[in-house]
Design a protein around this ligand. Structure first.
Ligand code: VTB
Ligand code: MG
Ligand code: MG
Length: 328
């Protein structure tokens, strides 16, 4: 892929996340997560058709027999003979409940890289830790929350009490939360959306310093792709609660040690392009805002090679873009 292609593709990718965000944002607050997800998936699927890539979904909506669109292994894009072969990790609506109940942090997400750059992660849980650029090489999934927080405070030149950790509000996190509280660090508990949380650790204006906890493994790959562009660090380890999950991991991960600590490089590497569009207001991006005849979207577009991080505020005109309307 030439550098020019790569750069253009990054912008094209934002058009695809915008389409998914606009479609799902219309369902905000309807209380129907499945419907919100369907809106995002079908809009994203349709928008891919215009992209000049030979894409293969590697992190997607599920196995072929359980997901009608954007399933793992599905080929997307124009797929002309000269179009670049790309692997795609996506989550058309990360935080379906957030969108369905109008809560902050829902995103439409896509990462793209040359073949073989994303971990084929099964759709199970992953324990994760993530922090921004100053923490590169300094956080450790196997160390205690206290140790990680003290290291980070030192690197940031602040007191531990001045750090903010973001973590999914789940009973499974009771112990970690107690350990963080003991250090005096501040906590923001979230209902869903740990990709948003991981990205937030890399954005100085988010007020979030570190993310802990167990969330989805596919979301771990997406977060790693984003963090390769942003310069932060994430580590993960697959969590197995059932034997069937181990078997599934072995099947899709081949020779890899399924219990091993997964570095950011293991999760995602190579020349990654990443795009995210806010569906509901979040810690990094504003959500979709509708007005007469159109809407406004906020997206993040970035490439790991250049490290350029663009925020794109776009105005969409429904008259000239009927695909974005309820009728289209
Ligand atoms: C995780 C997290 C996501 O759902 O997958 C979580 O990574 C699932 O955890 O951001 P539960 O089964 O406890 O809900 C999200 O929060 C939303 O997709
Ligand atoms: Mg999803
Ligand atoms: Mg998700």
């Amino acid at each position: 892929m030439t550098p020019v292609d790569d750069r253009n593709l990054a912008l094209e990718l934002a058009r695809v996340t915008e389409a998914a965000a606009i479609a799902s944002a219309r369902s905000m607050g309807q209380g129907d997560p499945t419907y919100s997800d369907q809106m995002a998936v079908s809009a994203m699927r349709a928008a891919f058709d215009a992209m000049h890539i030979n894409g293969t979904v590697v992190i997607g909506e599920g196995e072929r027999d359980e997901a009608p669109m954007l399933y793992i292994g599905e080929e997307v894009g124009c797929r002309a003979p000269h179009d670049p072969k790309m692997d795609i990790a996506l989550d058309p609506l990360e935080g379906t409940n957030l969108c369905a109940y109008g809560r902050p942090g829902a995103l439409a997400l896509i990462a793209m890289a040359p073949q073989g750059c994303f971990l084929n992660a099964p759709d199970i849980y992953m324990k994760k830790i993530a922090a921004g650029p100053v923490a590169r090489g300094a956080i450790d999934l196997d160390a205690s929350p206290a140790e990680n927080l003290h290291r980070l405070a030192e690197l940031k030149g602040v007191r531990v009490e001045e750090l903010t950790a973001m973590i999914l509000d789940r009973p499974r996190h009771e112990e970690v939360i107690a350990a963080i509280r003991k250090t005096g660090a501040r906590i923001r508990l979230i209902e869903d959306g740990d990709v948003d949380a991981a990205i937030a650790t890399c954005r100085p204006d988010s007020g979030i310093d570190i993310m802990f906890g167990i969330g989805g493994a596919p979301e771990g790959v997406l977060a790693a792709a984003a963090m390769q562009c942003l310069g932060g660090e994430i580590q993960g380890r697959l969590m197995f609660y059932k034997d069937e999950e181990r078997q599934r991991a072995r099947r899709i991960m081949g020779d890899r040690d399924i219990e091993a600590l997964l570095t950011m490089h293991d999760l995602a590497h190579g020349e990654i392009v990443f795009a995210a569009t806010g569906v509901t207001n979040g810690s990094i991006l504003k959500g979709v805002r509708f007005f007469a005849g159109g809407c406004e979207t906020h997206s993040l577009v970035m490439r790991s090679k250049s490290g350029t991080v663009r925020t794109i505020e776009a105005m969409h005109d429904f008259e000239r873009k009927p695909a974005y309307t309820l009728e289209g």
